[in-house]
Design a protein around this ligand. Sequence first.
Ligand SMILES: CCCCCCCC/C=C\CCCCCCCC(=O)SCCNC(=O)CCNC(=O)[C@H](O)C(C)(C)COP(=O)(O)OP(=O)(O)OC[C@H]1O[C@@H](n2cnc3c(N)ncnc32)[C@H](O)[C@@H]1OP(=O)(O)O
Length: 153
Amino acid sequence: MEQALQDKFAPETRCFGCGPSNPKGLHIKSFPEGDGLVCRFTPEEHHEGFPGFLNGGIIGTLFDCHMNWTAAYFLMKRDNLPSPAPTVTAEFSVQLLKPTPSRQELLIRARVVEAQGRRVKVEGELVASGEVTARASGTFVAVKQGHPAWGRW
Ligand SMILES: CCCCCCCC/C=C\CCCCCCCC(=O)SCCNC(=O)CCNC(=O)[C@H](O)C(C)(C)COP(=O)(O)OP(=O)(O)OC[C@H]1O[C@@H](n2cnc3c(N)ncnc32)[C@H](O)[C@@H]1OP(=O)(O)O
């Protein structure tokens, strides 16, 4: 299988959700597919909210990072950059539609729905056994030189 974007472009990063080098992180992996990115994630027991079901904050982190990479990769392609743009999360919201089973592989899909300059709107969905259990949308902004996140990944 091709390398995940995180491993290819940012192997040293320590973001809790997506940094390959954080020993306590979630290590989410995002891959281009169709018109967006997909991520497959199998939770561990300590990610549960109640037995057999995923904690809502963990769901938020999965969406946050995966949608962020979706925005960063979109800007890389659009602007012909050598690597994904340095985006941060400006805003995101999550709808928890039904309990998300935690003892199986989950699928998170995300795609860009609007982009203007360095601001990108992304939507995502979380699928368990073919059923959508959560949806999210967010705004991600590529930072400029001088921002505290600049050059930190
Ligand atoms: C050689 C190796 C290369 C490797 C490359 C790898 C790249 C990988 C890249 C990426 C992967 C992602 C990995 C990390 C994922 C982790 C996610 C996080 O946890 S991020 C931390 C939490 N987030 C923050 O801490 C942000 C805090 N907020 C800010 O810093 C600023 O407010 C910021 C940057 C978001 C905006 O500030 P401004 O001064 O730059 O820009 P202004 O002019 O205010 O806004 C720009 C546009 O964004 C809109 N905007 C700003 N804030 C908004 C908001 N809250 N909601 C909606 N829109 C907002 C504005 O309306 C404006 O839009 P208009 O250009 O006018 O159309």
